[in-house]
Design a protein around this ligand. Structure first.
Ligand code: FAD
Length: 657
């Protein structure tokens, strides 16, 4: 069936927020024609999407993987010692939810309150948080106790502990407790800012599949109704305006492989409204190509300015990750052999997933535990004047805001071609509320031309101290784990070799067990090898002491290796126009009619969380606002989710497996 060239609502971008808006509106009224236009491919039934344990593959930058688009800093950054950072973004239906790491966390209550927008306080939003999600209550081994008051139980998004939890997670929790981070049942209660927990996942434990937004909100509706039109591999180039009223959009093929380099636009008209949900890096580009942005830029690029909004593309924010990698005992269960490409192990794990997904190792992201932390008074004193000034302004009176998140990956999150044999854990620590800001702007009206991008990473000095502090903290945790067998020195700061803080590699006993037939284990190789002490369960640890020179080595390491946490937000902020705002509290773009932005670009400030939950929430809020304006009521429960267990008496179009 061909697609209509006029519909009621057009949603541009099929990430979590866009999928929620399109699916909720289409399901609310089967006579409402909704079109969802997505730049990437359809994710439906793609095994490289729905098997949770293979998620790292979607980050391969090899010219073949088209599930991600890689934004590269246009300029070298002096804050990164001349490096250009790279921010991968989703390029597939489901957006980030089809390729992300599936870690489930939620923002703190004060994060939403700080938006200072009517209708957006945490209290206002709580019913919508519950509407989106359901927790799979576990019988047997993996029961996850949760706080019934703030989590949902009947939404289309599934959350669970996944198929397996490695013993390394419990080891991590015990070691975290030893350094002053207590265990808690549920730190996603919107309030807890200093505790650890078993980290939940966006995984449907019954089916062993990723719980992505397209399956939950879009495929579910397309299975039972015919008013949701999906266009994939189609990049929205611009919004069509009549005066300042949005009346449709133009899109082009995702890749310009034809027409002698000319681009061929297809126009679709929208009777009621146009919604931009192309993500924090996509939405501002569409706005600017449509004449909504800074007048100066429009004039420079020869575009007609529909609304002069200098805030478009500004105030780009993210969370900042550093990864430090440790050796663990040869007996540990990690994903390393699977990720490294051991054929036997891959066969075994894939087969296990096929036969019993509900308890398979691949029904997991191998990120089983984590923490949120705030510094103590004594730690604050060591964190320098820049961070202390930020602390006083931003954190001190908001006890629900953590400064850092940390989690343990059971395996090396790294290129295994560069690693010695063995088993690893990765300490994955990320800064939740960086003071640094970046920006993105189009460089041409041509939708195929790369934008000008400045990630802004570390351009505020205050951001170094908390990352340095958490590197030390996670290092202390790793050393106290029973499985700990040394540090992967290549993935640690380059301390002076004579410093007591210098990283120490695998101990000789573990190395000999690992390579029993090797002739070179333990040979004298001078400075190349600094073996650690063999494991001693009775050892009582003292904290490593760092000199100023050591701290400088950590800061250089941060500059050289800090990365995106793939949590982009903030480029079309919801705040007053005179303060650089782009949308109002109903998500209407200032100076236009019938045009809304609904994705994480609308965040005026950061959210201390892995942001999939927030994108769903912004989508739910956007859907409610539009439904209200169209005189519709959102239907709850949502359409039956394909691949989900089938509720009794409700027909579904796909069997469970
Ligand atoms: C690698 C990775 C790992 C992550 N890990 C986690 C995690 O473990 N837990 C968590 O909670 N969050 C995680 N996130 C973050 C989370 O997935 C995102 O915050 C969320 O997906 C943002 O949703 P969004 O709807 O705002 O935008 P996006 O997910 O970015 O979706 C935007 C969509 O618009 C499409 N698009 C862009 N431009 C156009 C255009 N011109 N025309 C048409 N379509 C367009 C894109 O292809 C994309 O599908 C991760 C993200 C990534 C990328």
């Amino acid at each position: 069936m061909g697609h209509p060239d006029e519909v009621d609502v057009i949603v541009c971008g099929g990430g979590p927020a866009g999928c929620v808006v399109a699916g909720r509106l289409a399901y609310a009224d089967p006579s409402l024609k909704v079109m969802l236009i997505e730049g990437g491919a359809n994710n439906r039934d793609d095994p490289w999407v729905y098997r949770p344990g293979i998620f790292v593959k979607n980050m391969q930058r090899d010219g073949i993987n088209d599930k991600a688009k890689f934004y590269v800093d246009t300029m070298q950054s002096s804050h990164l010692r001349g490096r250009q950072s790279i921010v991968p973004c989703a390029n597939i239906l489901g957006g980030g939810s089809s390729i992300n790491f599936q870690m489930y966390t939620r923002a703190s209550a004060s994060d939403w309150d700080d938006f200072k927008s009517p209708g957006w306080t945490a209290k206002d939003l709580l019913p919508l948080m519950k509407r989106a999600r359901f927790f799979l209550m576990m019988r047997g081994r993996f029961f996850k106790p949760t706080n019934n008051d703030s989590h949902g139980y009947d939404g289309p998004i599934a959350i669970s502990n996944g198929g397996t939890i490695t013993a390394l997670a419990q080891d991590f929790l015990r070691a975290s407790d030893a350094v002053g981070i207590p265990f808690s049942d549920d730190i996603q209660d919107l309030d807890t800012s200093h505790a650890s927990e078993i980290w939940a996942k966006y995984i449907n434990r019954h089916t062993g599949r990723r719980s992505d937004a397209a399956t939950a909100y879009v495929h579910s509706v397309m299975d039972v109704q015919s008013n949701l039109y999906l266009r994939t591999n189609a990049r929205v180039s611009r919004v069509i305006f009549e005066g300042n009223k949005a009346v449709g959009v133009a899109y082009v093929p995702a890749k310009n492989r034809a027409n002698g380099g000319q681009f061929k636009e297809t126009i679709v008209r929208a009777r009621k409204c146009v919604v931009l949900s192309s993500g924090t890096l996509g939405t501002p580009q569409i706005l600017e190509r449509s004449g909504v942005g800074s007048k100066g830029l429009m004039e420079k690029l020869g575009l007609n300015c529909v609304s002069d909004l200098p805030g478009v593309g500004e105030q780009y924010q993210d969370h900042y990750t550093t990864l430090s990698i440790y050796r663990v005992s040869n007996e540990s269960t990690t994903l390393d052999d699977f990720l490294r490409g051991d054929k036997e192990v891959q066969k075994e794990l894939f087969q296990e997933w096929e036969v019993s997904p509900e308890k398979a190792r691949l029904s997991s992201n191998a990120i089983d535990a984590g923490f949120k932390i705030r510094p103590t008074e004594a730690e604050l004193k060591e964190m320098g004047p820049e961070f202390n000034a930020l602390w006083d302004k931003y954190f001190k009176d908001k006890p629900d805001k953590p400064v850092m998140f940390g989690s343990i990956v059971s395996g090396a999150y790294a290129d295994h071609a560069l690693l010695p044999p063995g088993k690893y854990i990765t300490m994955f620590q990320y800064l939740e509320y960086p003071a640094s800001r970046g920006k993105i702007h189009i460089s041409s009206p041509d939708p195929y031309k790369e934008p000008t991008f400045d990630s802004g990473f570390m351009n505020d000095k205050a951001d170094f101290a908390p990352i340095r502090w958490s590197y030390k903290k996670t290092r202390e945790i790793a050393r106290r784990m029973d499985a700990f067998r040394g540090e992967l020195t290549s993935h640690h700061p380059h301390f002076h070799p004579a410093s007591p803080a210098a990283a120490r590699d695998i101990d000789i006993r573990t190395a000999k067990e690992l390579l029993p037939n090797a002739f070179t284990v333990g040979i004298h190789m001078g400075t190349w090898h600094r073996p650690g002490e063999p494991y001693n369960p009775d050892l009582v640890h003292d904290e490593i002491k760092y000199t100023e020179e050591d701290d400088k080595a950590i800061d250089d390491w941060i500059s050289d290796h800090v990365e995106t946490t793939w949590h982009s937000l903030g480029t079309c902020a919801m705040k007053p126009r005179e303060q650089g705002g782009v949308v109002d509290e109903r998500l209407n773009v200032f100076g236009t009619e019938n045009l809304k932005c609904v994705d994480l670009s609308i965040c005026p400030d950061n959210l201390g969380t892995n942001t999939y939950s927030s994108a769903l929430l912004v989508g739910e809020k956007g859907a409610s606002l539009i439904a209200e304006e169209l005189g519709l009521k959102i239907k709850v429960p949502h359409a039956p989710v394909p691949h989900a267990p089938i509720p009794k008496g409700v027909p579904a179009t796909q069997q469970v497996r």
